[in-house]
Design a binder for this molecule. Structure first.
Ligand code: 16G
Length: 257
């Protein structure tokens, strides 16, 4: 009886026989079947996949071929294993940020049906460096509110953001609960700053050990370093943000017409 249940479980999400005439190697076809089952939600995050033996019987291939597919998927972090307990589907929620519109983290995450939250890592008033004062077109004597927050989606760390805003634009900003509130909502509601556009620069980078730890990555994954200069309705620079986003969770999309 139990054997039948297992067989049904495998057969449904993974489909029928492989195409042995195809130029696509067998191990790659097995991987594609598993990836399709993940993409369609038939195999869910943290669900255990069938064992190597079950997969090799199902597809009629050697265990070595199955292992080749599973090893490649584990290296690419689509799967993870627990010694003695099996191999599981990774939880890889991908957040797509379209680049056409100026949005806040809170709006982006809510728009995807997830729950945004933040942890305040640091918040203080600092003297602007020469470089930062220049970005705002202000004298280097200017004081800056510097706010570093860990941003989470459904309680999973996604990004570290350090925002810089000239202090005179936002008196008392640090007294607000910026772990609980959207910065953009506060800027708009409390300081009448209506943000109208931004210039963003994106680069791929390796995370520092500290960033790896804060972003809760088991092993260092590439990150996206994003800098944003945000303008108000009068084209005045009001915010400069340096962010580190998990590259495996955050994708940026652009529509080309
Ligand atoms: C976005 C912005 C960030 C801004 C934040 C405000 C990027 C790369 N960054 O995450 O510059 O400070 O939104 O979010 O898009 P909040 O209003 O939810 O606090």
């Amino acid at each position: 009886m139990r054997r039948i249940v297992v067989a049904t479980l495998i057969a449904e999400p993974l489909g029928g026989p492989l195409d042995r005439e195809s130029p696509i190697p067998i191990f790659a076809q097995i991987r594609a079947r598993l990836e399709d089952a993940i993409a369609s939600g038939t195999l869910e995050p943290h669900q255990r996949i069938p064992s190597e033996r079950q997969l090799s019987e199902h597809f009629g291939v050697s265990r070595m071929t199955v292992r080749q597919a599973l090893d490649a998927m584990t290296r690419d972090r689509l799967l993870y294993s627990h010694a003695g307990r099996g191999t599981f589907i990774s939880d890889r929620k991908i957040i797509e940020q379209p680049l056409q519109h100026l949005t806040s983290f809170t709006q982006d995450i809510l728009g995807r049906g997830m729950r945004p939250s933040s942890r305040l890592l640091d918040g203080r008033i600092v003297r602007a460096s020469f470089e930062i004062a220049r970005l705002f077109g202000l004298a280097p004597t200017i004081e800056i509110v510097r706010l570093t927050r860990l941003r989470l989606a459904d309680d999973e760390p996604l990004a570290i953001e350090t925002a810089h805003i000239p202090s005179p634009y936002v008196p008392g900003l640090l007294d607000r609960d910026l772990a609980a509130e959207s910065l953009y909502a506060v800027l708009n509601r409390e300081y009448g700053l209506s943000l109208s556009g931004a210039r963003q620069t994106i680069e791929a980078a390796a995370p520092t050990p500290e960033e790896t730890a804060i972003l809760a990555m088991d092993t260092p994954q590439p990150v996206l370093k994003i800098s944003r200069l945000t303008f108000d309705a009068n084209d005045r620079v009001v915010e400069y943000v340096r962010s580190v986003y998990r590259g495996d969770r955050y994708h940026l999309t652009v529509e080309l017409r």
